[in-house]
Design a protein around this ligand. Sequence first.
Ligand code: AMP
Length: 175
Amino acid sequence: MNLIDAIRTIPDYPKPGILFRDITTLLGDPRAFRQTVDELVQPYAGLKVDKIAGIEARGFIIGGAIAHQLSAGFVPIRKKGKLPHTTVSIAYSLEYGVDEMEIHADGVLSGERVILVDDLIATGGTATAACQLLRNLGAIVEAAVFIVDLPELGGADKLRAMDVPVRTLVEFAGH
Ligand code: AMP
């Protein structure tokens, strides 16, 4: 099936002018969900991947399924203040102002091979910060995978410029 048909677009959410690409419809469709996970992991089957790092919150759902499929561990990257043990954090830019994301300091070990997962890449602010956070702990970021790319916003190119291979399944024009 064409996965683009399983994604719902909500105009003007969460604010006017944004076309929100809602993957809950894809997750709720058994065939679409399975196909998504199968296609995202396909290049990495047979590779040694230690951990999947998922970005809060939709990256947890897809990342958990990918971790199971690749027999890898899962490590959450969360908004500041949510993780209970010792964390390392990184600040990153949002459209207005800055935010911080965190990972447990022992969530990945130096030299571990990690794949980063989120539902969508737009400007790449979130994913580039997450890659930097993983690298700060000494991890090797093998790839970053997303269901949706908004290529005009340039996020995937920013990751490639950091030498992170990017895999995406569906593209939407515009923002
Ligand atoms: P960015 O840091 O600009 O690449 O934004 C990526 C993050 O924001 C991801 O966690 C996405 O889930 C979310 N996001 C950004 N734009 C959209 C959009 N148009 N529809 C759905 N989610 C979005």
